[in-house]
Design a protein around this ligand. Structure first.
Ligand SMILES: [Fe+2]
Length: 194
């Protein structure tokens, strides 16, 4: 297995449990969802599947620059990020292997809000579209913390039996995963890798 830190790195959790509950309320208050455009090199089948899931609300992706939710902007500042988003995926749904669109994001910190880390589906990372075994996998049950993830690597989210919601902090699209990881290390925002 490749070195996992090329794909993800556990991050210090600066969000309190009260703030987590507020984030769930905020997500429930949002009714506009954004179309997530996967990277062009993703297979057409995966791209169609992801688009269909988003259209049917099986997966929901938000992004906002508005000041309507000051808590979200405050959390972004806490991590020196640029914008925030939520990713919601319905029970029984997986996210097929894809890479995020490089022009909009190269990495993000994912904070699983529900279910508990132990029940949160793995994110698997690959170096190409055909590879059978993942190069690395992020098991939140083991890590038990938020994680900075390299979304320019191909990644897929396994099916889970429960609805799942994550809050995500993104960085300016000009900052790639390694640059952000280095900055976070300098700011003591990384925990030991697993
Ligand atoms: Fe993605």
């Amino acid at each position: 297995m490749a070195r996992s830190i090329n794909y993800f790195h556990p991050v210090v959790d600066l969000i309190t449990s009260d703030e987590r509950l507020k984030l769930i309320e905020i997500f429930n208050d949002i009714d506009e969802f954004r179309y997530l455009k996967p990277e062009g090199s993703v297979s057409r089948r995966a791209s169609n599947k992801i688009s269909a899931d988003l259209k049917h609300g099986d997966a929901k992706f938000t992004e906002t620059y508005s000041d309507k939710y000051p808590l979200c902007n405050e959390l972004v500042e806490r991590y020196n990020g640029s914008i925030w988003t939520f990713l919601h995926v319905k029970a029984g749904k997986s996210i097929w292997r894809h890479a995020d669109y490089k022009q909009t994001r190269k990495c993000c910190i994912t904070f699983p809000l529900y279910p508990d880390y132990s029940e949160y589906a793995n994110t698997n990372f690959y170096d190409d579209l055909t590879q059978e075994e993942p190069s690395a996998y992020l098991n939140y049950g083991v890590v038990r913390s938020p994680a900075l993830i390299n979304v320019n690597k191909f990644h897929a989210v396994e099916k889970s039996t429960k609805d799942r919601l994550a809050f995500q902090i993104q960085f300016f699209h000009t900052s790639d995963y390694k640059t952000v990881r280095r900055q976070m290390q300098m700011n003591k925002l990384l925990t030991a890798s697993v």
